[in-house]
Design a binder for this molecule. Structure first.
Ligand SMILES: Cc1ncc(COP(=O)(O)O)c(C=O)c1O
Length: 411
């Protein structure tokens, strides 16, 4: 498969114009949007305006005149359709870890008497740490479910399970769960379903309402491009809009914060997940970043994500198999997120050597080189050229050179 084929795919790509909505350095092939999304063009001016015209000039009046108070809910409403949710069901604010803590405790409180949380050992670590901490806090037990060992989740569910907390797309191998199917199984067991959609929101057609999920969290800085440390979002299904009881009962989640009442009275819908003041410059940046999705159908985004990973998988087989490098990703579309890993013993040096050749991916322990394909700004020729540079690195042995194998703090 030659470069002309990739050029043809770019020419017929209905999303090809979206790359112009991003600032990307010339010549860089950026395949790490699943870690930190690229900079959307509108963010710079939005943050400058917030500093110059809002904070700098209008100061505290900005809470009213520039809509600061309502911004976390407004940005949640803008984000909601990207994850298949109604506008009131999503708000943005704390980090994913904190959102997860609040929603897990709330889920357990909705199932008093049930003493077990089910989750996966292959989670992104924060998910496992938070599940374990919530279990310690509430005196619950963690039951670990591995889809590889026990494919049907029903086999680990019973009437002691309060909540099941899973990552929709696995952060390492990109394997994707069946959102609707797993949620239905969990509901059959009388438990609540909480999805972490960090690795799917903005790249995969997530359908939280359609799956009938109870709760969800997702981060703002990956495929949603909200910038480093961008606020994460929380989703609450409408059936819990008036009953969810989350543990960090701060004044931003109060029904009438400026009544300054002694006792907590929660707001409705996703607003009741809010706790305290959030970083508004971050929320403003995320707000501008989401404009990159204006007029974009998530079905088209998903179709392109699959076409990009299909091309990568084919080229890896054609060009890298001879070097003993194979892709680790589900071949089945319904099970694949928007990333593909290559497994090789020198994965760290391989990633570093590629970065020197202007192809940015990342390394994940112990032997994975991970590449994310953000459909809004990744071109098919990028995929082709990245694989050619991988061939160059492997043939020259650059991945084994000391300058590439010395570890940095962030891998
Ligand atoms: C699946 C998943 N959940 C949570 C997080 C971390 O979220 P935060 O740093 O916003 O707490 C990550 C970070 O990469 C992640 O991949």
């Amino acid at each position: 498969m030659d470069r002309t084929h990739a050029e043809d795919l770019d020419r017929s790509d209905p999303l090809r114009h979206l790359r112009d909505r991003f600032e990307l350095p010339d010549g860089l092939i950026y395949l790490d949007g699943n870690s930190l999304g690229a900079l959307p063009r509108g963010v710079r001016s939005r943050v400058h305006a917030m500093i110059d015209d809002e904070w700098g000039r209008d100061l505290v009046a900005s809470w009213n005149t520039h809509g600061w108070w309502d911004l976390p809910a407004a940005v949640g409403a803008t984000l909601a359709p990207l994850v298949g949710a109604g506008p009131a069901s999503v708000s943005v604010g704390d980090s994913t870890s904190v959102q997860l803590f609040k929603l897990l405790v709330a889920a357990a409180r909705l199932r008093p008497g049930r003493r077990t949380i089910v989750t996966e050992p292959g989670n992104f670590p924060t998910d496992s740490y938070i599940v374990s901490s919530v279990a310690r806090t509430l005196g619950l037990t963690v039951r670990w479910w591995s889809a590889e060992e026990t494919p049907d989740i029903r086999d680990v569910l019973d009437d002691d399970v309060a909540v099941v907390s899973l990552c929709h797309v696995d952060y390492r191998l990109g394997r994707m769960h069946d959102g609707a199917g797993v949620t239905a199984a969990v509901h059959d067991a009388g438990a609540l379903m909480l999805w972490d959609v960090c690795h799917s929101a903005g790249a995969v057609d997530v359908d939280l309402d359609g799956w009938d999920t109870d709760l969800a969290v997702g981060c703002g800085y990956k495929y949603l491009n909200g910038g480093p440390g961008a606020p994460a979002f929380a989703y609450v299904h409408p059936r819990w809009h008036d009953t969810l009881d989350q543990p960090i009962a701060g004044w931003h989640g109060h029904a009438d914060p400026f009544a300054l009442e002694r006792d907590y009275r929660p707001a409705t819908a996703a607003l009741r997940v809010q706790a305290g003041s959030v970083s508004l410059l971050g929320v403003g940046a995320l707000s501008a970043a989401l404009e990159a999705f204006d007029g974009v159908a998530m079905a088209d985004v998903r179709a392109k994500s699959l076409a990009l990973t299909d091309l990568f998988l084919t080229l890896v087989e054609e060009r890298l198999a001879a070097h003993g490098v194979a892709a680790e990703a589900p071949r089945e579309h319904a099970r694949r997120g928007s990333q593909v890993c290559l497994r090789l013993p020198e994965a760290y040096g391989f990633v570093q050597a590629l970065i020197r050749r202007q192809v940015v991916g990342d390394f994940r322990e112990p032997d994975l080189a991970r590449f994310g394909f953000a459909p809004l700004y990744t071109r098919f020729v990028n995929v082709h050229d990245a694989v050619e540079r991988m061939v160059t690195v492997l043939e020259s042995g650059e991945h084994e050179r000391p300058e590439n194998t010395a570890r940095a703090a962030v891998t």
